[in-house]
Design a protein around this ligand. Structure first.
Ligand code: F0G
Length: 527
C-alpha cells in the first residue's frame, strides 16, 4: 500500500494500482546479490530473493561489488561520459572483446561490427533499421540492373537483332494478341509490375510468442496482441511463424513473396525472366523465448530457419537480449543450438546491473558502413557503460569461464528442484522449460478450479500475478508471470543463487501447488 503522502502520483499511478491488487507494489529500498530489501512498518529490512531481476539483467547479482567498485573508479576519475562523435577506444575494445567471445562460440573469425544503444528495444530498432537500409541498397542495385537490361534489349530491338514474341508478352502478363505488342508496350508493363513491388513496405518474420521490445518498430515484431495492436499503423509489419512448424515458413513465403520481371535477348528473341523480389527485411528469433513464456527453440527448427532465410536472402537477427550474456552457460544461447546469426542483439546483463547499455552486432558480410553516419544516440557508446560492460565480460570470462559454468550448474540445481515439484504435483504443474538460469514453470489453467478465488484470478487474467503476490508475502520470493504467458512463472536469478534460496523457492512452490491441488484459494495471501 502507498505511504501516506500529499504529493500527486504522476509516474504511472494506474500500473501501481494494478500491481497493488496482487500485492506486488512493494517499495524496494536496497538490492544486493540475489536479494532485494523492503522496509516493514517499524523500518526493519525484509529480504526478498529475486528470481525476476529485470528478466536477465542481473546475472552477476544486484550491485555486484566488483562492478560498483569499477563504477566508483570511473566516476572518481572523471570519465568522459558525454563525448559523442569522438574516438571511443573503450567502445572498440568492448567490440573486440565481444568478437573474441562470439568468434570462439561460433567458431568463426568473421568480424561482427558493433552499434551500441541504451536498451534492448533500442538495439532491436538499430538492427531492423540497418537491415532495412541494406535491403534498400540491394533494391536500388536490382533496379539499376533491370533498367540496364531493358536499355540493352531496347537497343537490340532497335537494331533489328531481336524481336518481341507473343511468349514474351504472355510472360509479362500481356494479352499476346493485343495491338501494338511492341517492345515499348512490354517495357512499360514490366516497369509497372516492378514498380508495384518496389513500393511495397518491407515485411518481417518473427515467431509466435516472440518478444523484441516495445518501441515503435520493434513492437511490431512482438507477438503479444495487447502490446502491438494499438501501434500497428506506425511501422512495417511482421508475419508471425508458429513455433516448431517449419512447413509454415514455405507457406508464408509463397503468400508474401514477389517476383520481379527482367528482360533479355535469347537467340534473337526478347525473353521475360523472373527474379526473386527481396520482400523480407529480417527474421527475428530468440533462442529461448522469455516474455513468451520460456520456450527453447529446437536445433531442428533453428536449422530450418537458417536454411530458409539463406534461400530467400533474408538475414537472421538473433535476439539474445534475455537469453544471452552467460545466463544459459555461454555468451550466446543460440550457439548451443547451432543457430548462426547475421545480426545479434545483447543488452540487460551487458550493463552489469547498473549501466543502461545494449549492442547490435552485424556480420561483416552484411555490414553497411553508411549506417554509422545516419544512426546515433546521445548516450550510446559512452565511456561509463563501455567500461562497465568490459568489466562484465572480464567477470564472465575469468578462470576460463567459471561464471558460465556456475550459471549452468546453478541452473541445473534450480531445474532439479522445479522438476521435483512438477513430479509431486502432476495435475498442477503442466511443464518446466528453459535452459541454465532462464527457467519457467507453466501451471495448468485454473479457470475450472473448485475455488472461486482461483477461478476468478484465472478468469481475470491475473492468475500468475496472484501466485506471485503469495510467493512474495508468504515466502519472500520475487517473480512474475508475463502478459503473454499468464500461467507461467519465470525464474531468472543471478548465478549467486544459493541452495538455501532454492530450498525456499521449493517450499513456496509446493505451497502454491497445494493451494491449487486442494482448490484452497482462501489460503492465498491477499497481498
Ligand atoms: N528482446 C528480448 C528478447 C527481451 O526479453 C526484451 C525485454 C527486449 C528485447 C526489450 O529490452 O526492455 O531493454 O527494451 N524483456 C523483458 C521481459 C521486458 O519481460 O522479458 P528492453
Amino acid at each position: 500500500a502507498r505511504p501516506e503522502t500529499t504529493e500527486p502520483e504522476l509516474a504511472e499511478p494506474h500500473l501501481r494500482a494494478v500491481l497493488d491488487t496482487a500485492g506486488l507494489a512493494v517499495e524496494y529500498v536496497r538490492a544486493q546479490d540475489n536479494t532485494l530489501f523492503w522496509l516493514d512498518e517499524d523500518g526493519t529490512e525484509i529480504a526478498v530473493t529475486d528470481f525476476a531481476g529485470g528478466y536477465g539483467s542481473v546475472l552477476l547479482g544486484h550491485n555486484r561489488p566488483e562492478i560498483v567498485e569499477r563504477a566508483r573508479e570511473l566516476l572518481a576519475s572523471g570519465t568522459p561520459v558525454h563525448a559523442q562523435f569522438s574516438s571511443h577506444p573503450y567502445a572498440n575494445r568492448l567490440a573486440a572483446e565481444l568478437n573474441r567471445i562470439v568468434g570462439r562460440e561460433l567458431d568463426t573469425d568473421e568480424p561482427y561490427f558493433a552499434i551500441f544503444g541504451n536498451s534492448g528495444a533500442e538495439a532491436v530498432e538499430a538492427a531492423i533499421k540497418h537491415a532495412e537500409m541494406d535491403r534498400g541498397m540491394r533494391l536500388a542495385a536490382l533496379r539499376e540492373e533491370l533498367a540496364r537490361h531493358t536499355a540493352s534489349v531496347r537497343a537490340a530491338v532497335a537494331a533489328g537483332e531481336a524481336k518481341v514474341t507473343s511468349r514474351a508478352l504472355a510472360g509479362a502478363g500481356l494479352d499476346a494478341t493485343a495491338p501494338g505488342g511492341d517492345f515499348e508496350t512490354l517495357a512499360a508493363e514490366l516497369e509497372r509490375h516492378n514498380a508495384e513491388l518496389f513500393a511495397r513496405p518491407p515485411l518481417f518474420l518473427s515467431l509466435e510468442g516472440g518478444f523484441h521490445g516495445k518501441l515503435a518498430a520493434s513492437v511490431q515484431l512482438t507477438h503479444n496482441e495487447g502490446y502491438r495492436a494499438p501501434f500497428k499503423a506506425l511501422a512495417a509489419q511482421a508475419r508471425f511463424v508458429p513455433r516448431e512448424r517449419p512447413e509454415a515458413l514455405k507457406e508464408i513465403w509463397a503468400e508474401e513473396r514477389g517476383t520481379l520481371r527482367d528482360v533479355r535477348v535469347f537467340e534473337g528473341r526478347v525473353e521475360v525472366t523472373e527474379r526473386e523480389f527481396p520482400a523480407f527485411c529480417a527474421f527475428l528469433v530468440e533462442p529461448i523465448q522469455g516474455e513468451g513464456g520460456i520456450h527453447v527453440l529446437s536445433e531442428e527448427f533453428a536449422a530450418e530457419i537458417q536454411r530458409f532465410c539463406a534461400s530467400i536472402g533474408c538475414p537472421v537477427i538473433v535476439d539474445e537480449i534475455q537469453s544471452g550474456m552467460g545466463r544459459t552457460g555461454a555468451l550466446l544461447a543460440s550457439a548451443q543450438i547451432g543457430l548462426r546469426g547475421d545480426y545479434y542483439t545483447l543488452a540487460k546483463t551487458l550493463g552489469g546491473g547498473i549501466a543502461k547499455t545494449s549492442v547490435m552486432l552485424v556480420r561483416q558480410a552484411w555490414y553497411r558502413e553508411e549506417f554509422e553516419i545516419v544512426h546515433s544516440s546521445t548516450f550510446a557508446k559512452d565511456s561509463f557503460s563501455c567500461h562497465i560492460a568490459l568489466k562484465v565480460l572480464e567477470l564472465l570470462e575469468a578462470d576460463g569461464g567459471a561464471a558460465y559454468r556456475r550459471a549452468a550448474e546453478r541452473g541445473d540445481a534450480l531445474r532439479r528442484t522445479l522438476e521435483s515439484v512438477a513430479a509431486d504435483f502432476p495435475g498442477v504443474v503442466k511443464e518446466v522449460r528453459g535452459r541454465g538460469l532462464m527457467l519457467g514453470v507453466e501451471f495448468h489453467d485454473q479457470s475450472g478450479s473448485a475455488s472461486p478465488a482461483l477461478r476468478e484470478a484465472a478468469a481475470g487474467g491475473l492468475f500468475g500475478y496472484v501466485l506471485a503476490g503469495h510467493l512474495l508475502h508468504r515466502h519472500a520470493i520475487r517473480t512474475f508471470p508475463t502478459a503473454s504467458a499468464l500461467n507461467t512463472l519465470r525464474f531468472e536469478p543471478s548465478l549467486l543463487l544459493s541452495d538455501a534460496e532454492i530450498a525456499r523457492l521449493d517450499g513456496g512452490l509446493r505451497d502454491v501447488c497445494a493451494i491449487m491441488r486442494d482448490a484452497a484459494g482462501e489460503r492465498l495471501a491477499a497481498g
